[in-house]
Design a binder for this molecule. Structure first.
Ligand code: SF4
Length: 442
C-alpha cells in the first residue's frame, strides 16, 4: 500500500503521493567542506533531490553548518550512536536527521532528539537494519527475519508516536533482496508513514545496480516506497543517482532526460553497435529534454518497433539512416551517423520541430525499402514482435476465449495455425502479475 502521510525534507515532499524522491549519500569526510560540496553538486546535477552526509564527529557538524546553506538540495544528517550529534545537527540547520532509535542510547535520548526536531520542524528518518536488531528480537529474527524487521520498525514507530512526534519516514534495510521486498511490503500494510527504500551494501556498480533494480523495482511497481537510495561501492555518488533514475524511468514513475532504446543486436548487426551506443548514451547525458532515441543495429526490419522514438538511427555497412517518429529523414555515411544524429537533435530542439527535406527523406525511404525487400524472408525478432502486436490488436474481448482455445489446441499439437502460435505469446494485462498495481503516481 502506498504511504498516506507526507513529510517535507527542506522543500522536497516525500510520501503521500509525491513523486518518488531520489537521494544519495556523499562518500567524503563531511568535515572536508570543499570535497563534500563538490560531491553534493555532482549528486544534484545528476538529479538527486536530497543528499545525506555522515556526521560522526563534531568537526562534521561544523562543516554541516556551511553545507546546508550552500547545498543546492536539502541535506540529511546521518547519525549513529551519538545523540548529541543529532541535536547539534538540528541546531546546525540539517533539513532532516537519520538515526536508528535502537542504537542511539535509549528512549530518553530518542525523546530528546525528537523534542529538538519538533521544535525546529525538522523531520527524521528512523530506520532498522537487519544487522542491528534489538536484542529482544534476536530469537524471532532466527525464525522469521522479515517479521523481526517489521516488528522492530513498528516498535520504533510506536515509540515516536508516544513522544508525540510524527514527522518521520521509515526504512527497513537488509542485504537480502527477498527480505527487503517482503519486509517493506508487510510494513506498508501496517503503517502509513513514507518509506525509504534501499538495499544495504548492494555491491559494485554492476551487481548493486541489478540487485537494487530487482528489489526496489519490485516494491515501486507495487506502489511501495517514497524515496530511494541506491548503495553502490563507488566513490562517485552520482552513479547511484543515475541508477535510481533509470529504475524510476523504466517504471515510468518519473521522467528525466532522454531515454535510450537500443536493439540487443544479433547476427544481422551491420555496424559497431557497442561503440556507437556507448557514445550516444554518454552524449545524451548532457540533455535535460525527455527525448527518446533509438539505435537499431540493422535496417532489415525497417524502423519497426522504434517508430515511436523521437530520433533514431539504423545502419548498414557503409550507410545509415536517421529517422524521427517513424519517418526517414536522410541517409548518411556510417561514420557520420552519430554526429548527424546529434546535429538533428540539436536543430529540432532549437526550433521546436523536426524539419524534413522531402528529397532527402524520399532517398532515405527508398534505401530503407530496398534493404527491407532484400531481407523480406528473414523472420527477425522485430517481425515476430510485429506479428504478435498485429494479432493482439485484432483480438477483442470475445476473442480471448478463442485465443485460449487456440492456445490449448496449439499446446496439444492440434493446430499449426501460425496466428494461434503468435497469440500464445500475448500476456494480457488482466492476467499480468502486476495488473492494477502499477504506475500509480505521476
Ligand atoms: S535484426 Fe533486430 S536485433 Fe538484429 S541487428 Fe537488426 S535491429 Fe538489431
Amino acid at each position: 500500500m502506498a504511504s498516506r502521510r507526507q513529510i517535507w525534507v527542506g522543500g522536497v515532499p516525500i510520501g503521500g503521493g509525491a513523486p518518488v524522491v531520489v537521494q544519495s549519500m556523499t562518500k567524503t569526510e563531511t568535515a572536508d567542506y570543499d570535497a563534500t560540496m563538490k560531491q553534493i553538486r555532482a549528486i544534484a546535477d545528476a538529479g538527486g533531490d536530497v543528499v545525506r552526509v555522515a556526521i560522526p564527529r563534531d568537526r562534521d557538524v561544523d562543516a554541516l553548518r556551511r553545507i546546508v546553506v550552500e547545498s543546492p538540495i536539502p541535506v540529511i544528517a546521518d547519525i549513529h550512536f551519538n545523540h548529541t550529534l543529532a541535536l547539534k545537527s538540528i541546531d546546525a540547520g540539517a533539513h532532516c536527521v537519520r538515526l536508528n532509535p535502537g542504537n542511539i542510547g535509549g528512549p530518553e535520548k530518542v525523546a530528546e532528539v525528537a523534542a529538538r526536531a519538533k521544535a525546529a520542524r525538522v523531520p527524521m528518518r528512523i530506520g532498522v537494519n537487519s544487522g542491528s536488531l534489538p536484542k529482544h528480537l534476536h530469537e524471532l529474527e532466527r525464525d522469521n527475519p522479515v517479521e523481526a524487521l517489521v516488528t522492530a520498525a513498528t516498535e520504533f514507530v510506536a515509540l515516536m508516536e508516544s513522544l508525540d512526534f510524527e514527522d518521520f519516514k521509515v526504512s527497513i534495510k537488509s542485504t537480502s533482496v527477498p527480505n527487503t521486498i517482503a519486509s517493506n511490503r508487510l510494513l506498508s500494510e501496517r503503517i502509513d508513514y513514507p518509506l525509504h527504500l534501499g538495499i544495504t551494501e548492494a555491491g559494485t556498480k554492476w551487481s548493486g545496480s541489478l540487485k537494487s533494480a530487482v528489489g526496489l523495482g519490485t516494491l515501486l511497481a507495487d506502489g511501495v516506497g517514497d524515496t530511494v537510495r541506491i548503495s553502490l561501492s563507488t566513490f562517485h555518488a552520482e552513479e547511484e543517482v543515475k541508477v535510481a533514475w533509470e529504475i524510476l524511468k523504466a517504471l515510468k514513475l518519473r521522467e528525466r532526460g532522454p531515454v535510450l532504446i537500443a536493439c540487443p543486436t544479433c547476427g544481422r548487426l551491420q555496424f559497431d553497435m557497442d561503440t556507437v551506443v556507448a557514445e550516444i548514451e554518454q552524449r545524451l547525458e548532457s540533455y535535460a529534454e525527455p527525448i527518446e532515441v533509438a539505435v537499431l543495429g540493422c535496417a532489415v526490419n525497417g524502423i519497426g518497433e522504434a517508430s515511436h522514438a523521437d530520433f533514431g538511427i539504423t545502419g548498414a555497412k557503409n550507410e545509415g539512416l536517421i529517422f524521427s517518429q517513424g519517418k526517414p529523414l536522410r541517409k548518411v555515411p556510417t561514420e557520420r551517423l552519430v554526429d548527424e544524429l546529434f546535429a538533428e537533435i540539436d536543430r529540432s530542439l532549437e526550433i521546436g520541430r523536426t524539419e524534413i527535406d522531402d528529397r532527402e527523406a524520399a532517398e532515405g525511404a527508398e534505401w530503407l525499402k530496398r534493404i527491407e525487400d532484400e531481407n523480406a524472408d528473414e523472420l527477425t525478432p522485430e517481425r515476430m514482435a510485429a506479428m504478435e502486436a498485429a494479432a493482439a490488436k485484432a483480438q477483442d474481448g470475445d476473442e480471448a476465449d478463442a485465443v485460449t482455445d487456440a492456445l490449448l489446441a496449439s499446446a496439444d499439437g492440434a493446430t499449426d495455425d501460425p496466428a494461434a502460435r503468435v497469440k500464445k505469446l500475448k500476456l494480457a494485462e488482466e492476467v499480468s502479475p502486476t495488473a492494477g498495481r502499477r504506475f500509480t503516481r505521476a
